[in-house]
Design a protein around this ligand. Structure first.
Ligand SMILES: C=C1C[C@]23C[C@H]1CC[C@H]2[C@@]12CCC[C@@](C)(C(=O)O1)[C@H]2[C@@H]3C(=O)O
Ligand SMILES: O=C(O)CCC(=O)C(=O)O
Ligand SMILES: [Fe+2]
Length: 365
């Protein structure tokens, strides 16, 4: 099993990057991009339409609210999070300047088939027989080499902005982690790798969804859960993000000015012994507007095995998952996609508790 995140995909390279179309110049939806069932299960079909919780982080009850949102939704939005609006504007501009480069230029920074970082299709593309209306750029570590290839004359701006953004996101991640775990009575002593500052690793993902001639039949980013502890997502003003809610179908997470979306990932689901569900989500596209999002996928240091926190385990709550490192999990996900979580599961939950992440029999794609 790989011990470094950058080696996580070596055993399962993605050889699809050549299938790349310049989506900005396509007038009609090619058959290879036409999905069926995109419009199935909209939340409007149920009688009560619930919405994803919005939490003001300066609220004195923030931890309880966050805990409740994590348990019952696995996703929430935050306001008053302390990330300057100007930095959100800057990261959006950095993304725009990247994705508006000519296709040939972007391909100079193409992610290698077995790599983590760079420009290309979504990693999960190989699990679907249709292509996504999507292009992405992943930063893991320094983006310097790729930025030099993209903008030989002027690469420092992109590096400065992404570095500053990651620095701020790291601090917010630290705060959120303890709000989430704190709501379960878990302290730093219970999670020994998270004792000091700056212990998170993260992937920064820039996502671009060009305007699409037939949005009702296209898929921006197919349904998935994140292989992170949790993800902090900035979306521009164009809506598209949807989360799957048991019994309610697909619920749109509306872009709120200045707000950030936080979603539980598979590793926090494991760490919380299944108490926090990792939410299935996807992104749809728009007919006239270009949608951009930036995801900060927060994970533990590469060599740390993640397992259910002992405090959450007793005779009536046996550990549901075996220990797994981030890189090992990414490798399992690259091979088995939505079966990855059940592959690290030790036993089925007791007491008739249904694990929302058990997709056996439920199609997420
Ligand atoms: C650290 C990660 C987590 C990755 C893979 C690797 C780098 C990029 C991440 C994403 C970002 C876009 C959705 C996703 C599903 C994808 O295709 O690439 C994510 C995937 C995961 O969460 O599994
Ligand atoms: O673009 C979005 O809203 C979702 C992006 C996402 O799910 C991801 O980057 O993991
Ligand atoms: Fe995601």
């Amino acid at each position: 099993m790989p011990s470094r995140i950058s080696d996580a995909f070596k055993a399962h390279p993605l050889h699809l990057n050549h299938k790349h179309l310049d989506l900005n110049s396509v007038q009609e939806l090619p058959d290879s991009y036409a999905w069926t069932g995109v419009d199935e299960n909209p939340s409007g079909d149920s009688l009560i339409t619930e919405s994803v919780p919005v939490i003001d982080l300066t609220d004195p009850h923030a931890s309880e609210l966050v805990g409740h949102a994590c348990k019952s939704w696995g996703v929430f939005q935050v306001t008053n999070h302390g990330i300057p609006g100007s930095l959100l504007d800057d990261i959006e501009s950095a993304g725009r300047s990247l994705f508006s480069l000519p296709a040939q230029q972007k391909l100079k920074a193409a992610r290698s088939p077995d790599g983590v970082a760079g420009y290309g299709l979504a990693r999960i593309s190989s699990f679907f027989n249709k292509l996504m209306w999507y292009e992405g750029f992943t930063i893991f570590g320094s983006p310097l080499e790729h930025a030099r290839q993209l903008w030989p004359q002027d690469y420092t701006k992109f590096c400065d902005v992404t570095e500053e953004f990651e620095k701020e996101m790291n601090q917010l991640a630290e705060r959120l982690m303890w709000l989430m775990l704190g709501s379960l009575g878990i302290t730093k002593e219970d999670v020994n790798w998270a004792g000091s500052k700056g212990d998170f690793k993260a992937a920064l993902q820039l996502n671009s969804y060009p305007a699409c001639p037939e949005p009702d039949r296209a898929m921006g980013l197919a349904a998935h859960t994140d292989s992170s502890l949790f993800t902090i997502l900035y979306q521009n003003t164009v809506s598209g993000l949807q989360v799957q809610r048991e019994g309610a179908g697909w619920i749109t997470v509306p872009p709120l000015p200045g707000a950030l979306v936080i979603n539980v990932g598979d590793l926090l689901h494991i760490l919380s012994n299944g108490v926090f569900p990792s939410v299935v989500h996807r992104a749809l596209v728009n007919r006239t507007k270009h949608r951009l999002s930036v995801a900060y996928l927060c994970g533990p240091p590469a060599s740390v095995p993640i397992s259910p926190v002992p405090k959450l385990v007793d005779s009536s709550h046996p550990p549901l998952y075996r220990p797994v490192t981030w890189s090992e999990y990414l490798c399992t996900k690259a091979k088995h996609f939505d079966k990855a979580l059940s592959l690290v599961r030790l036993c089925m939950p007791r007491n008739g508790f249904i694990d929302v992440n058990d997709h056996n029999g439920v199609k997420v794609g």
